[in-house]
Design a protein. Structure first.
Length: 280
């Protein structure tokens, strides 16, 4: 069977040997470190990047210093900036790279991830995320995941996006990581394959086992990268955890949904042991 090419992110903008589980062991002490993401209008790689960066109180310079560890030529391509929607202040992340036309296999991507300068634990997370993406695409198209050839997700900007998110999450090392049920909507998504129904087929595979909720808007709310990151980072899904909020931020993608809440709330804090759900 000939290798096929798949486009893997559809524009909510706005992973060898590294497949082992990434465990979050509770730190010693009286409290747990809790991170929650409330995805009001959905989730994508850039939304997660903005939110995680703010939880670590990083700026663009700090993000680019980490990007340089992935590849030296990626220094200076990340921007984190204030952004408002409906007069509500928040943050937005963007990656300024020319769109590549390289079509990479999972093996190609994992070789790039494994050879970069990110910490080993972050590289393991990124490899897990890309493997989840490849598995979802293999189910959609009926080919082994080794034959999946990524377009956009295989491009450097998406590798940067995924690995950088995994680096930030690995720095935070939350004992508890929760997310809201993911909002999904009907509508159409335009991508390299033409017009697809929303949610996209790969997202549907990645949503297996994840609670969802109806959304007032229409179109793509959850991207494959966003869903794979939440799944690969080990999120549990449900209501707000019991916690004392220490830091919070709103992160925006580039899509605005009229008449519906936009953005994702990120909150970092602490909880007494046994009060905020299962540790990760």
């Amino acid at each position: 069977m000939p290798e096929q090419e798949y486009d893997h992110d559809h524009g909510h903008h706005h992973g060898h040997g590294l497949e082992h589980e990434h465990e979050h062991k509770p730190s010693h002490g009286a409290s747990l470190r809790v991170l929650t993401v409330r995805a009001l209008s959905g989730v994508s790689g850039d939304i997660l990047l903005a939110g995680l960066a703010r939880m670590l109180e990083l700026d663009s310079a700090a993000l680019n210093a980490r990007a340089k560890l992935i590849m030296p030529e990626l220094d200076g391509v990340v921007s984190l900036h204030p952004h408002s929607v409906n007069a509500i202040a928040g943050w937005q992340a963007s990656i300024a790279l020319p769109r590549q036309h390289a079509h990479r296999t999972l093996e190609d991507v994992l070789a790039i991830v494994g050879g970069c300068g990110a910490p080993p634990s972050a590289k393991a997370l990124a490899a897990k995320v890309f493997t989840l993406l490849a598995q979802a695409e293999s189910e959609v198209h009926g080919v082994p995941k080794e034959e999946v050839r990524f377009h956009e997700v295989g491009a450097l900007d998406s590798i940067l996006d995924t690995v950088l998110n995994c680096m930030l999450f690995d720095e935070l090392k939350p004992d508890v990581f929760t997310a809201s049920p993911l909002p999904v909507a009907d509508g159409a998504i335009v991508c390299a394959h033409g017009v697809l129904p929303s949610p996209a087929p790969a997202v549907l595979r990645l949503l297996a086992g994840i609670p969802v909720a109806p959304f007032q808007g229409e179109g793509e709310t959850v991207t494959p990268t966003g869903a794979a990151l939440l799944k690969g980072l080990g999120a549990s899904f449900g209501p707000w955890p019991a916690m004392t909020v220490e830091r919070c931020a709103i992160a925006y993608g580039t899509r605005v949904f009229p008449g519906a809440p936009n953005g994702a709330i990120f909150a970092l804090g602490s909880a007494e042991r046994g009060s905020s759900g299962p540790s990760r």
